[in-house]
Design a protein around this ligand. Structure first.
Ligand code: SF4
Length: 212
């Protein structure tokens, strides 16, 4: 498995058609989000329930690649600070898990309210906030009400919800191609903090997801 993640990181080190195609999908997400948010007159101004404090898991190797690229582009100092925050993040969540509690902790890539890898941030960071719908492969449609801040504004207009379906499909299609090219038949589920720690040379030989 180690060689698969080494291969992904190599794609993230240089300009790669996989990155280019992923960025095209990300731009479509941003456009779709902006249009849907505009119909609600909604502007994210940050809040106490900041989505950068949500414990999002990411499931695509494409996002592992793009986050690696984003982190690699940081200055040595900023990268080191992000690593230190990732260590704290993982420890805090491990302690909370052991105690059976839930905590909020800032994503290690958030610095003073600003995302350090904004143009390469993952899918959920682009789509979170406004009401959405998602048609699942079986035909069922699931809906989400938007973030706490959105709901506090008591905006209406479920017809203006963001349809995430085309974006999920585009991601799934590209992920399938990427995995086939890498011959990567692996399960993947990591937080950003776990990914950052897995990028460390002494960690890259560890089983992915094992950040103890
Ligand atoms: S990657 Fe960026 S936008 Fe996403 S949670 Fe981290 S800081 Fe926030």
């Amino acid at each position: 498995m180690k060689h698969i993640f080494e291969g992904i990181r190599r794609h993230g080190e240089r300009s790669s058609p996989w990155i280019d195609r992923l960025v095209t999908i990300f731009k479509a997400m941003d456009n779709g989000y902006e249009k849907a948010a505009g119909r609600h007159g909604f502007v994210c101004r940050g809040c106490e329930d900041n989505c950068c404090q949500s414990r999002f898991y990411h499931h695509t190797l494409l996002e592992y690649m793009s986050i690696y690229r984003g982190v690699s582009r940081l200055s040595v100092q900023k990268r080191q600070q992000a690593i230190e925050r990732a260590v704290v993040y993982c420890r805090q969540h491990a302690e909370a898990d052991a105690a059976g509690t839930k905590i909020k902790a800032w994503c290690p890539l958030n610095e003073n309210g600003r995302c350090l890898i904004y143009d390469l941030r993952p899918m959920i960071c682009r789509l979170h906030g406004i009401p959405h719908a998602l048609r699942q492969p079986g035909g069922r449609t699931v809906q989400g009400p938007g973030c706490e801040y959105f709901r506090s504004l008591q905006k209406t207009g479920s017809d203006a919800c963001l349809d995430r379906t085309p974006f999920y499909r585009a991601m799934a299609g590209l992920e399938k191609e990427f995995r086939a090219a890498l011959e990567a038949n692996v399960k993947f589920k990591q937080t950003i903090a776990e990914m950052i720690l897995s990028f460390l040379p002494e960690r890259s030989g560890k089983k992915q997801g094992d950040n103890r």
